[in-house]
Each structure stands twice: as structure tokens, then as C-alpha cells.
Design a binder for this molecule. Structure first.
Ligand SMILES: [Zn+2]
Length: 216
């Protein structure tokens, strides 16, 4: 491959392990722009712990973009063949040049991040990245799309954009054909282990239980 970035993925796996998709332990959050007509190629699950970490980091600087990596696992459901990722941890980006309207992942920072990933979360995968857009809204800029394609090229890797002022966010997930829409963002499944309590506070998302039975 001509792209030198490819060499940055030493622990890349080529096929997902099988697992049971955790619908029953999750609450589905729908973004305000989801119309149900388009289907993302994978479903995104996020643990409550990881969600809180992401939000704390996102809210830590309301003037500059901050971001980092989403760490977890890529799996395929035993029965249905559905692919999904579970975001279990985050790695805040290091060595970024921060400014009011951009966040840069450099090749050095990526190498450092891979070292951290292997050191802190051995066996886990890089399932995507997140960054904030203070006062700018939830979308992918041209640069974001470029970055996603170059640093997160696996079809199942996702981008999360957060607007920390107004508490809005969305997951950018490729379609089955690999297309990434820079304005179309999805919700996710909050893994809450059947507890009623939710930690999600993004106002542009609304939730519905996956099953018809809402436990009391
Ligand atoms: Zn951006």
C-alpha cells in the first residue's frame, strides 16, 4: 500500500470475534437527524463509564477542540451476523496542536497513542475517535473527513463529534457501502445493564427501550 499511515496499525485485526449483541442490556438513543431510512454498517454500544469519561474530557475546555481515541471491541453477533462495536474506554489525544477551530492528530501522536493503547488496554481495539466542536455544531468538516479516512480507515471505525456548550453529539458511521455522510450522525446504545438510570444528557438524542417491555 502506498499510504504510509497503514503502517501505524500494527495490531489490526482482520475479522471480528463473535459475541452476543447486548441489546437487552442497553438503551437505544436516537439522534435528531436519524430518519430510520439509512442503516449504519455497524451498531455502536457505549458503556456508561466510557460515556462519562468522554463527556468530562469534552467539557474540560470550552474554547478549544479536544479529542482522543475510542477504545473497545469490534464484534459480530453469533446469531444474526450483525457487526457492532463497544466503546469501553477513551484515550485523550496527546501532542495535539489545539486551536479554536481545529485539532490535529500528528503521526507522532498516533504512534504514542498506539503505545498507550497496547500498554493500558492490551487486547482492545481502536474503534474510532472523538473530538469537540465548541459552538460549531455536530458535523464533520472536510478536514475531519480526511482525517477519518486516513487514520480510521476500517469500515467499522467511527467518529464522535460533541458540541460541549449545548450538550449535543453524534456518531458518524459509514454505510454498508463504505460511504460516510458528513452531516448524518447516529445515536448509539447505552449499555446500562437493565438499570433504569441513564447517564446520557445529550439533548439532541432521545431514547427508546430496545424491547417492548419497559422494566419497572
Ligand atoms: Zn471537527
Amino acid at each position: 500500500m502506498a499510504n504510509p499511515m497503514v503502517r501505524l496499525f500494527p495490531t489490526e485485526v482482520s475479522s471480528p470475534q463473535s459475541a452476543h449483541i447486548p441489546y437487552k442490556r442497553s438503551r437505544r438513543w436516537w439522534s435528531d437527524v436519524e430518519d430510520g431510512k439509512r442503516t449504519p454498517m455497524i451498531s455502536v454500544f457505549v458503556t456508561q463509564k466510557a460515556y462519562v469519561r468522554i463527556c468530562v474530557h469534552a467539557g474540560s475546555d470550552l474554547n478549544n477542540e479536544v479529542g482522543g481515541w475510542l477504545v473497545g471491541k469490534w464484534r459480530i453477533d453469533n446469531n444474526t451476523g450483525e457487526e457492532f462495536i463497544v466503546v469501553e474506554a477513551v484515550l485523550p489525544a496527546v501532542y495535539t496542536r489545539q486551536g479554536p477551530a481545529f485539532l490535529t492528530f500528528t503521526q507522532d501522536s498516533q504512534v504514542t497513542m498506539y503505545d498507550l493503547l497496547e500498554d493500558r488496554y492490551p487486547g482492545k481495539e481502536l474503534v474510532g475517535w472523538y473530538h469537540t466542536h465548541p459552538r460549531m455544531g455536530v458535523f464533520l468538516s472536510k478536514y475531519d473527513v480526511w482525517l477519518h479516512d486516513n487514520f480510521f480507515p476500517r469500515p467499522w471505525q467511527v467518529g464522535l463529534v460533541l458540541e460541549p456548550y449545548s450538550n449535543q453529539a453524534g456518531f458518524f458511521v459509514r454505510d454498508a457501502d463504505g460511504h460516510l455522510d458528513s452531516r448524518m450522525y447516529y445515536g448509539f446504545y447505552e449499555i446500562n445493564n437493565n438499570l433504569e438510570r441513564s447517564v446520557v444528557h445529550w439533548w439532541n438524542m432521545s431514547s427508546s427501550p430496545h424491547s417492548d417491555v419497559e422494566g419497572g
